[in-house]
Write a protein that binds this ligand. Sequence first.
Ligand SMILES: Nc1ncnc2c1ncn2[C@@H]1O[C@H](COP(=O)(O)OP(=O)(O)OP(=O)(O)O)[C@@H](O)[C@H]1O
Length: 338
Amino acid sequence: MSYIDIINVSKSYADNQVLKNISLSIKKNEFVTLLGSSGCGKTTLLRSIAGLGSIDNGKIMLDSEDITHKNPGDRNIGMIFQSYCLFPTMNVFNNVAYGLKLKKEPESKIKNEVMSALESVNLLEKVKSYPSQLSGGERQRVALARSLVMKPKVLLLDEPFNAIDAKLRKALQLKVKELHKEYDMTSIMVTHDQDEAMIMSDTIHLFKDGVIEQSGTSAELYLTPKSKYVASFMGNYNVIEAEIFSKITGGKYSKEHTIGLRPESIEIHKEKLEAKANEFILSGVISNLIPQGNIVRFSVKIMDEYVDVDVLVDRCSGFSIGDIVNLKIKPDKILYFD
Ligand SMILES: Nc1ncnc2c1ncn2[C@@H]1O[C@H](COP(=O)(O)OP(=O)(O)OP(=O)(O)O)[C@@H](O)[C@H]1O
């Protein structure tokens, strides 16, 4: 049973059609990400759900109610933007209390709710500070508390961690997930960062030019991408045209296909290998080694092509640039795209 239904939603700005008949369903308490490259329509859809932008066609349902034409203030939806949007002349307490004051809630209730929201985001000690006295991460947490205090049914997050450094970003991502559960919310986040989408989401909707290219869990999108586009977006797939794959493997692949290989699914060996049934053993030369945290990415030149292979950092001793190596590719690791 879905909680939010986006039904055949379309939107154009002049002759630029930004949303092309989008439909998707979101369950209660789900954490959903709208993922895609810049300009593909994610924010336009998020703003339509919030009521901050109109749509040309279609319907938006929330908890079985048609909210397509409802005022933003009547939707019980909270929104957090990349740019925080805090009031610079108000201290943290008053920024967070703003919405409750507008609703003319009693003073004692406002105080309790604000302090409890600030406690949730670990900011009690900054209650009297002004936005200019806070770091980017602290400002974003104030923005989060300001939304939480209104106890929205739905929380919308538009690239909320963009302006925050990598370490704090991780901590805030986990905090938001924790609060999403604690406040019993349904959350929809827009991002162009696939790692962030994979860390946070129950379901990812990957957009491409105003349509949803694929929806699923992060594992589904990563392991079974339905197209070359999804594979390139979700991971660091080697995407190889059939003609070239036929050339380097000596096999025969239909020209209509493109081959996808995940770098971590390819084995790399210094010693000579015997190919078992349907396996490929390809010889090449290491042209580059790029450390990437817990893995090292090897770029291996085979004829005129480069294939990326990921190896755990503690398994790469003994390999150097210029070494001749053998790659083993198992048949069940090969993906075929039309
Ligand atoms: N108010 C507007 N008037 C005209 N065109 C607009 C308006 N808002 C957005 N657009 C255009 O609509 C397209 C989609 O914009 P949108 O902000 O939804 O993309 P996005 O996927 O969220 O991108 P980004 O990640 O860069 O924010 C873009 O081509 C953008 O220039």
